[in-house]
Design a binder for this molecule. Sequence first.
Ligand SMILES: N[C@@H](CCC(=O)N[C@@H](CS)C(=O)NCC(=O)O)C(=O)O
Length: 224
Amino acid sequence: MSYTLYYHPNTASLSAHWLLVELERALGVTYQLKFVDFDAGEQRSASYLAVNPKGRVPTLVASDVPYTEQAAILLTLSELHTEAGLVPMTPGAERAALLETIIFLANTLLPALRDWVYADKDGSEEGAKAVRQLARTRINQAWALLDQQLEGHDYLQGDTFSIADILAGSTVSWTKGVEKMALDGRLNVQAWVKRIRERSTWAEVKRREDGWVVREPPFEKDLV
Ligand SMILES: N[C@@H](CCC(=O)N[C@@H](CS)C(=O)NCC(=O)O)C(=O)O
């Protein structure tokens, strides 16, 4: 299988990239990267929209078929390479727990993060502050629950590192405010973030995403 990941550094594409580095390390899976230049509006260019009509990253092209949505990409990729052990495949409690966490993240944390970062662009300048206030509440609620889930465990799936850690963990450093909301006062999340960032694949994915920065957008100073 040949893989091409359309990405922008330290954004929603980071999870798919991190998983690809994990699969490369564990199994020798190879992939190509294509940088999508947000400053140039490349995500809205006709050529990119032909690959991903949503005009967003990530897009993973696997043997000529484009896949979008980071949660779906993580499930698909980890299931294509089960030998890496990043997804439980046997129907039952473990797989149900993994699906529950992935769907929880995709339904709650990820849309709230989108609103936090893009409130003015997706909506309007006037409404942005109110949207961000609600987004902040939702982000905090999601991390409070994840902190509980981590109580007494090394990873979101218990004792095993999985795509749930990749999906949640890759969002933490998107911006300074987002990082603060995840970490402040949450001892389990703090220990877990430290643990997953000790993986050599984390340092490697940051190194490969040339231009990787933790942003500090102006609105975060007012609200966090
Ligand atoms: N639901 C999508 C959201 C993807 C998304 O919002 N990506 C952002 C980067 S964080 C993007 O492409 N932004 C560019 C834009 O909206 O113009 C997913 O989880 O994959």
